[in-house]
Write a protein that binds this ligand. Structure first.
Ligand code: SAH
Length: 401
């Protein structure tokens, strides 16, 4: 972007800042914020309507919980780097449904500090003669950069995703980057040599700092590694977790299952009001973080199992284990019929389903309705400016009238 263009762009962004409706100049190409340009109130209504349409048959939908300032909320920012024919290095995101890179100067969704780090890395590449990786030719080194920001502590992790393990002058590169951004607390190299749409590869090497960041949420400290899942909107996460845990209505006596638990966040916060919590999660790194998190926070009534949630619960059902409450927060694909059947046979009094996809939620609720009644449906806007919507549903067992 030329200086003149940049000045015009900044002016436009500043003007937008004061208005209720913000429009991103890249949104048509990038596709990251499909609700760009739509007033926030209208975005919320659209989401509420979508949830109501999909879940009408299960009950009344409560008003959506929105944000007071719905911009720059994403704590995890990812960019891809590419070199244009004229040699200029650009960075941003892939154009919708393609592998062409859209050069992005600023983004309404992303934490501003993280975007600045991504832009400054672009400048450093030139000085360090590091070439972006070219997917077609297989030439070049840097594929992606991931920046994770801990909202409460301010810790920042930069993950440099390379196509091969050798990075020339890596220590000087980190030094130069930290000079520009002293807020960076850790830098990790991740090697992804495969031809894949996955951003991160298996192999990792810590270049600087601890190799993870620590965030604080609702009075607890959580360790986050490059690969573990952590909610991307820190402000809304607090509301979402508070809502989900209060619907679970814990008295201190319950045995709780936190299925699809990630780094154990929901379960650990719930453990304060429960007798015992079991967290189940498939991702090894997330489970490792969860175990450490429990130790750091001195939570003694929680344990974690690294297993497929369906496999775990089917075995628990076969062993006639007892759970009073099941909290579940599956990925977009939702849960499985086997999981729901096993929950039904375990007969917990309440199930709190946290969903990031109302379509799969509707499917799973149909299965639950054989034995459970839907008590509450509450959408949360975790992803302003996008079409995504999160929903929390409370189910209670039909036998408990
Ligand atoms: N409750 C957590 C994580 C929710 S995201 C939080 O709020 O942070 C969904 C999680 O489900 C991810 O951590 C993902 O790794 C995990 N997951 C995906 N498929 C799974 C499966 N089949 N069994 C168990 N966990 C799974």
């Amino acid at each position: 972007m030329t200086e003149k263009k940049q000045a015009g762009y900044n002016k436009k962004m500043q003007k937008n800042d004061t208005r209720e409706r913000q429009e991103c100049p890249y949104h048509k190409k990038c596709g990251g914020c499909e609700y760009s340009g739509i007033p926030y109130e209208e975005q919320l209504q659209k989401k509420e309507k979508r949830v109501a349409k999909l879940l009408r048959e299960f009950g009344k939908v409560e008003p959506i919980v929105g944000m007071s300032y719905p911009y720059y909320y994403r704590n995890k920012v990812h960019a891809v780097y590419a070199q244009k024919k004229n040699g200029e290095v650009i960075c941003g995101t892939y154009e919708k449904d393609s592998h062409r890179v859209v050069d992005i100067e600023s983004c309404l969704l992303e934490n501003k500090g993280s975007t600045a780090i991504i832009r400054d890395i672009r400048g450093l590449l030139r000085s360090f003669k590091i070439k972006p990786y070219n997917e077609d030719t297989g030439y070049g080194l840097l594929r992606h950069v991931l920046v994770r920001h801990a909202h409460a502590t301010g810790e920042v992790m930069v993950v440099l995703v390379l196509a091969s393990p050798v990075m020339p002058s890596k220590n000087n590169f980190v030094k130069a980057l930290r000079k520009m951004h002293p807020e960076i607390t850790t830098v990790v190299l991740n090697i992804n040599g495969r031809n894949t749409s996955m951003v991160l590869g298996e192999q990792e090497k810590v270049l600087y700092g601890k190799g993870y960041i620590v965030d604080e949420l609702m009075g607890m400290r959580f360790r986050i590694s490059a690969k573990s899942f952590y909610q991307v909107n820190p402000i809304q996460t607090k509301h979402l977790y508070q809502g989900a845990i209060s619907l679970a209505d814990l008295s201190g006596k319950e045995r709780v299952l936190d299925a699809y638990c990630g780094t154990g966040t929901i379960g650990m916060i719930a453990s304060r009001d429960a007798k015992e919590v079991v967290g189940v999660e498939l991702n090894r790194d997330a489970v490792r973080d969860a175990v450490t998190n429990a130790k750091t926070n001195q939570v003694k009534n929680i344990c974690f199992v690294c297993q497929d949630a369906t496999e775990y619960i089917c075995k628990a059902a076969a062993n006639k284990e007892h759970f009073d409450v099941v909290l579940m927060d599956p990925p977009r694909a939702g849960s499985t019929k086997e999981f729901v059947d096993a929950v039904i046979s375990l007969e917990p009094d309440r199930v709190v389903y946290v969903s990031c996809n109302p379509e799969t939620l509707a499917r799973d609720l149909k299965w639950f309705c054989r034995a459970y009644r839907v008590e509450t449906i509450r959408p949360y806007d975790m992803f302003p400016l996008t079409g995504h919507v999160e929903t929390v549903v409370l189910l209670s067992h039909k036998k408990a009238i």
